[in-house]
Design a protein around this ligand. Sequence first.
Ligand code: IP8
Length: 243
Amino acid sequence: MPTACRSAVVKFGGSAITVKSEPLTVNWEALDSLSEQASRYVASGGRLVVVHGGGSFGHYMVEKLRAERGGLGPLEVAEVQRSMATLSLAVVSSLVGRGVPAVVHPPHTFCAGETCDYSPVRRDLDAGLVPVTYGDGVLAGGRAIIISGDRLAAQIASFVGADCLVYASDVPGVLGPDGRPLRSVRPGDPIAELGVRGSDVTGGMRYKLREAASSTSRLVRIVHWRDVLRALQGEEVGTQVLP
Ligand code: IP8
């Protein structure tokens, strides 16, 4: 199999791997498909880091706790972390079940506020493992900070020198104002304003584009979750994000 991307960071979007309208529900069809594609990529010699989003785990939990308790203190941060750790175990189980040596790196162990030290992720990647991390809640100075997986993915891609950064979504790419997927996009370009299904506490497509465009990877794409392997093989699927 030709591999255009020798090393890659793939973000499993929360919109893809969870059922956003159903609290705390994994979309196993999408997650297992992504794991299968990751497995084939790794078997072909690709170096891989997986980052996943919060979907109906992290986003739902943050919104619920804010509404019920008026804000996020230490106990609420612990509850957000527990919900994300639960989802990460589903991701790792799916990957390991397909022969991918996936290991979890909870971001609250290597991020102080929004400043993260990605050395443990690179160490495990260099050792031949597939590090898995995710958007999370961290406590900094008594205050909860929600770190987006979109940002972690872009920063890790730069830190480990990944050729490619691929965001897997539940839509076929970034949609233009006419509702059709764009072949390429820059952060300031006009795009469709999509209503959010379920909760989103970190910022939607414009935020994703800004973060994606900030990475040093030579190829950055936003694709439907079915098309991740094709993107890693160099096919022009989804939308290419330009700096
Ligand atoms: O879905 C959000 O991560 P994202 C994580 O990558 C939480 O933005 C805890 C809401």
